[in-house]
Design a protein around this ligand. Structure first.
Ligand code: SF4
Length: 374
């Protein structure tokens, strides 16, 4: 059976190439061609002899994601990509989103097909969990977007489909891969990993980022999907918060900052009447001063009601203009600012093509169709 070469770190590839009777530098040339030059087949590797290319083909394969659909927003510089991948004899669909804003090209990538956390405001959470993406499937989203658009993303956010911390090892290995100097060589300062928070995982992440062998990822930023400062309300919208209460998470965030010195970002979807009370403002003011942090306020992006059944509170009509000019939202932001909280309002780029925060989803029917085409 052929082996997936995109899952191999440079160190693993070096070992294997030496075992196949080749010099170590050949592994660097191959890794460099695949990860930096972004070749889509072994035949495109011009730096190694033809005989070695033939040898590679007998042992490895270079997987590519198939682009099924690209959707471009009419209102924003945002594109959504629907990719198909094959794994264990089945086909799956995932989405990635490219947002071009203020000279930044931010690519939002997925780490799982579906998600079993089941956050009430999130379309991916309504799909259920299908599979963890392996390293190659995570990084191939970047490589395919680069090939298809000619754009090399300047920033990567692990905020697409899935909870990165529930696919921890592959998420960490993918970070090491895209920051490798012989590969894409992305600065870790330009990468953010987002999580709803799981007891112990933020501590693990901090410990992993500061290891000497992981120094290429030491500046990766952490974003916590907070969405409420009240444990009870948070539990009602993020089911796993029952086990992962806010006191535990705040202590872990303090540890993360103390070890890495990387600023924390709090993601906070505004739900009128649910998480915008005076107590929320006071608690946000306190939390954002615990360690250096940013608070991103995100308008709630309605999810596709044909596919999902949101709670009544989330059953907002999909009126983009109303959503972006909600007076209560601006009043909440003003109250936060009065309490000296530094607030950013996250853009709703891509909301018109269901590509904004919380909207990524591939219906069960479409996943089924992909499966049937194997
Ligand atoms: S917000 Fe994140 S953790 Fe929650 S259901 Fe969606 S993908 Fe999963």
């Amino acid at each position: 059976m052929l082996k997936n070469i995109l899952n191999l770190s440079l160190e693993d590839l070096e070992k294997e190439i030496i075992e196949h009777g080749e010099k170590r530098f050949r592994a660097v040339q191959i890794f460099n061609s695949i990860h930096k030059r972004n070749v889509s087949s072994f035949d495109e590797i011009s730096s190694i002899p033809k005989e070695l290319i033939e040898k590679l083909k007998k042992v490895y394969f270079l997987p590519v994601l198939t682009l099924i659909k690209e959707t471009e927003s009419e209102k924003f510089n945002t594109r959504k990509f629907l990719f198909e991948l094959s794994s264990d004899g089945r086909n799956y669909l995932i989405e990635s989103v490219l947002i071009s804003e203020n000279e930044r090209e931010t690519l939002c990538i997925s780490t799982q097909v579906g998600c079993n956390v089941g956050c009430e405001f999130c379309a991916t959470g309504k799909m259920g969990f299908m599979k963890n993406l392996d390293v190659s499937e995570i990084i191939a989203q970047i490589y395919e977007v680069k090939r298809k658009t000619g754009i090399s993303p300047s920033n990567i956010v692990y905020m697409g489909m899935g909870e990165p911390f529930l696919n921890y090892d592959n998420m960490l290995r993918s970070l090491l891969m895209i920051t490798h100097k012989e590969g894409l060589d992305l600065s870790s300062k330009r990468i953010t990993v987002s999580t709803v928070g799981f007891k112990g995982k933020i501590i693990n992440f901090a410990d992993d980022l500061i290891k000497e062998e992981n120094k290429s990822v030491k500046n990766v930023k952490l974003a916590l999907s907070l969405h409420s400062t009240d444990n009870g309300i948070r539990e009602s919208i993020i089911p796993t918060s029952v086990k992962n209460n806010l006191t535990v998470l705040y202590n872990e965030l303090a540890y993360f900052y103390q070890k890495t010195r990387n600023k924390i970002t709090y993601e906070y979807i505004f739900f009128e009447g649910l998480n915008d009370t005076e107590n929320d403002v006071k608690r946000l003011s306190k939390i954002t001063k615990m360690v250096p942090s940013n608070l991103n306020i995100i308008p709630f992006h309605p999810i596709d009601f044909e596919l999902n059944k949101p709670l009544d509170i989330f059953n907002t009509k999909k009126d983009i203009n109303n959503l972006l000019s909600n007076k209560k939202l601006f009043d909440f932001i003003a109250r936060l600012k009065n309490n000296k909280v530094v607030v950013n309002v996250r853009s709703s780029s891509g909301i018109d093509i269901n590509a904004a925060c919380g909207q990524l989803s591939v219906s069960t029917e479409r996943q089924k169709m992909a499966e049937d085409t194997v």
